[in-house]
Design a protein around this ligand. Sequence first.
Ligand code: ASP
Length: 328
Amino acid sequence: MSVALFTLGGTIAMAGTSTGGPGGPVVARLTGADLVAAVPGLDTLGVPLEVQDAQAVPSANLTFAQLLDLVDAAAKAVAAGAHGVVVTQGTDTIEESAYLVDLVWPHPEPFVLTGAMRNPTLAGPDGPANLLAAARVAASPAARELGALVVLNDEVHAARWVRKAHATSTGAFASPDTGPLGHVIEGEVRILTRPPRRTPLRTDRSRAPRVALHTVTLDDDAALLPRLADTHQGLVVAGFGVGHVPSELAPVLGDLATRMPVVLTSRTGGGSVLRHTYGAIGSETDLQRRGLINGGLLDPYKARILLRLLLASGAGRDEIAAAFAEHA
Ligand code: ASP
């Protein structure tokens, strides 16, 4: 029995440079072996970590292609006998990469992503504790059949619901609609709730569709929107509240929806876009009538991941709407 550990960089793997001096800026350069060596008590896990260094980058630099390659490498590790997978990466994009993995990971073995909020040069870095907790979850039978999970601060979050909700706190991760699925308590993995798995999506690397995200703001004239279909293949709108936009934008979005899929989400950070409550121009009922697809409970960032994967697989509008009905 083993756990496969893949490293992608991020704060958890950052250290100073010789030119930066003590207290200077840090960059991603620690290896998986360095990370493992810094974890006290890893031997109590009773399971070896098989380390593969994949990238050493800030998570802002990660791409869909790199993450899909990582999923392939993780699938190979599982086929070779790993009981679970841990990935260390930057926390800035972990909510997006975890959801991407979750949508395509078909295996029962847990796929756990973790990182750190305090880099290893600071007092009280959280990386070692997060890596140990992530390894415990990856090795735990209780975490099987849960898809991709994000483990930080001894909390186990479903990739589908987790968000980075604070810029610096070690308790930066939250699942506003559900709370965490479980916790790591005195080294024991306690899963309290088990959301059903969705059908995994097929992937196609030959296409890299561009999906834009437009957050609607007060007095927004969205001057960039009308020409978007010339450069992009899909759009996610982060609307006000339950999925509303200024009335002036409604026909612009309706026109775009005749040319590419446009998904309606909420910019609030919790709760769902509604379906049939408000009737004004620019309301959720009006926008759906104009052809926008309801993003339901998916936040704008996750809706963008889902739409991009669907477009890459060649899905048409009906298939995309059906997938959002299932996943959102
Ligand atoms: N900016 C860093 C990154 O996402 C933050 C982190 O690692 O937590 O790579």
